[in-house]
Design a binder for this molecule. Sequence first.
Ligand code: GLU
Length: 283
Amino acid sequence: MSPPFITRFAPSPTGLLHRGHAYSALLAHQAAGAARGTFLLRIEDIDLTRSRPEFEAAIFEDLAWLGLSWPEPVRRQSEHLADYGAALERLQADGLIYRCFRTRKEVAQAMASAPHGAMDTFRSAPLPAHEEAERLAREEPFAWRLSLDAAAALLGGFEHLAFQEEGQGPGGETGLIAARPELGGDVVLARKDVGVAYHLAVVVDDALQGVTHVIRGGDLFEAAHVQRLLQALLGLPTPIYRHHRLLAGPDGKRYAKRDRAETLQALRGAGLTPERLRQEMGL
Ligand code: GLU
């Protein structure tokens, strides 16, 4: 019997899907089919201000139009906040996260004023206890950040952390990759309003859903370095990664949510068939 193969397509319902999404979804679906495995759809809707039900409805419609199917019910992240809360508590109990009261603007300023090269990515430290207590008493908003220093101390450095890349990173990286979580800095794991942020939700879900292969665009290659560290800290298995190239339009630029004309909805409206779309993408 071949080992299980579970992959997922995990869009955020913050806009309409475009050709790039279709490519990702089709690749993952194809890989699952070839391995007689499972293709999951997961709705990553933790960004409550930008997620919209109409975009989620469009995701289902677009993927069905592409000819894809997936097991129901799909996992909708907003319905599983307790799972992420439990993971966050575990990291907190291990002293791996700290409250950061800086606004996005203040973080950007801190990075800009750091001596050149000293701070490519934001890193900080917990506030002194009395200052933190005062700010909490004033109900100032904060985010939970992962402390790279604490993580390195707990694990004895990151040298032994690696992940298997069966696709390619943007620089052609492939094979066994040494994880460099410092690329992400002290990432935000939770915001006060939602209680979870992207990296934490993804590693928890991939583990809970038994995902064995993460197939996604190369723009998320750097995220794998951060996610590998979180898997180690939470005692979760590491999936195999297959990052793929990003599709570019005729102008050489990669597709983005702002390209109205290239949304699957618009292409469908203009008479494009899924067969033709697959052909154009070489699938
Ligand atoms: N939700 C993410 C996005 O829309 C994808 C997350 C992932 O594949 O790990 O870009």
